[in-house]
Design a protein around this ligand. Structure first.
Ligand code: CP3
Length: 361
């Protein structure tokens, strides 16, 4: 008779959930706050950036080709999975495809950062944004998700994502990346009606974008509120939090949502957003964040990405082990960085990190 894995391990039935988990199941269980054998791991910006196989592809194709051609988007999404066997893949795309679908395109500056096709200024320009049929103009994303899903099968979870209305508004009102983003906060303070009109249009476009990804098969979605920390705590709920809550409440199916709001310390709004998971940045001690997040919500984060750039593998291992031990007793922990993988991250550091998490017992 064939021995089952449970028999080989000499364990009882009741131990079953922690045995033989696929990466996808490990991720899904952790997203739902359930106990798993070890925390699942994926990294923000794991696709692209520091991987030589991405750079090689990027030499032959523009970023736009990579995200708009489903075969290429699938290839870039899968590259980090092949190399590191992460528990989750993240769709290769960008938060700025939403402004583009509204009529404000983007391109990358040669010296880094992003430039929108024009700077959004004034109520008339906000009114002119075309928020009808956004999903139609983003069909290429649905095609990519379906293809990636078929390639991943049930082995690895697939995450979709979008930028938050607040973060997108910043890029749109600034006309691209800026050293000091100030325009969105200025509009929020000086003309609340115009700000709300813009945030409302963005919320609807983001809802359409995420529902399109959900319908195409993503297992969970993350909302990147990367510029949430620009807001004073008192303004966060009205300028960002309420719009993310509106987005989350309008998602068609019951897929888990990760809310990542960099630098935000309005925990109340994040907890009330309706998300299942709070992503924590590296500027706060994870032990502190744990105190602010209720036990029935999962937590994701928060290794300092700089360590992957400037540290040595032994330091990366030690820091990863510290976080893993800190979170040992807390169900619903997803290992990640506090922000995206830096372009100059050393591959040996990524290897040390992934290995530490994947062999953690
Ligand atoms: O996480 C992943 O690996 C999936 C793909 C992904 C990209 N962008 C690809 C990308 C995701 C999830 C994003 C999110 C994104 N895009 C955010 C939020 C996350 C964060 O880091 O705060 C933001 C603010 C953007 C907007 C954006 N895209 C900017 C400002 C830039 C230029 C500067 C930079 O970060 O490189 C991008 C470019 C971009 N998006 C690249 C990649 C792989 C680099 C493009 C290249 O190959 O030159």
């Amino acid at each position: 008779m064939v021995q089952t894995a449970i028999e080989r391990a000499g364990r009882k039935e009741c131990d079953l959930p922690t045995l033989d988990l696929t990466p996808r199941q490990r991720m899904l269980n952790a997203l739902r706050g359930q106990t798993v054998d070890r925390p699942p791991i994926w990294l923000m910006r794991q696709a692209g950036r520091c991987l030589p196989e991405y750079r090689a592809l990027r030499e032959r194709h523009s970023f736009r080709e990579l995200i708009q051609n489903p075969e290429l988007a699938a290839e870039v999404t899968l590259q980090p999975i092949r190399r590191f066997n992460f528990d989750a893949a993240i769709l290769f795309s960008d938060i700025l495809v939403v402004p583009e679908a509204l009529g404000q395109g983007f391109r990358f500056r040669d010296r880094g950062g992003v430039e929108m096709s024009y700077r959004l200024a004034g109520v008339q320009e906000i009114k002119n944004l075309n928020d009808a049929n956004v999903a139609e103009r983003l069909q290429y994303v649905a095609d990519a998700v379906r293809l990636i899903k078929s390639l991943l099968g049930s082995r690895t979870a697939l995450l979709g994502f979008a930028g938050s209305p607040w973060t997108l508004a910043n890029f749109m009102l600034e006309g691209g990346s800026a050293r000091h983003h100030g325009e969105a906060l200025t509009l929020f303070r000086s003309d609340r009606k115009a700000f709300d009109l813009l945030a409302g249009k963005l919320a609807h476009a983001v809802i359409d974008f995420l529902n399109l990804q959900i319908d195409a098969g993503v297992d969970a979605v993350q909302i990147f509120d990367s510029l949430g920390g620009l807001l004073p705590c008192d303004d966060f709920a009205k300028a960002s939090g309420q719009w993310m809550a509106m987005v989350i409440a309008s998602l068609r199916r019951n897929v888990p949502v990760i809310v990542y709001s960099k630098g935000t310390r309005d925990w109340k709004s994040l907890v009330a957003s309706g998300a299942e998971v709070v992503g924590v940045d590296h500027e706060i001690d994870l032990a502190e964040a744990v105190k602010r997040i209720p036990a029935d919500m999962a937590i994701q984060g928060n290794l300092n990405p700089e360590l992957l750039r400037v540290g040595a593998p032994v330091e990366v291992k030690a820091e990863a082990a510290r976080l893993l031990n800190l979170m040992r007793a807390r169900p619903g922990y997803i290992f990640n960085l506090g922000h995206g993988v830096p372009p100059e991250a050393k591959l040996e550091n990524l290897e040390a990190l992934v290995n530490t998490v994947q062999t953690f017992v």
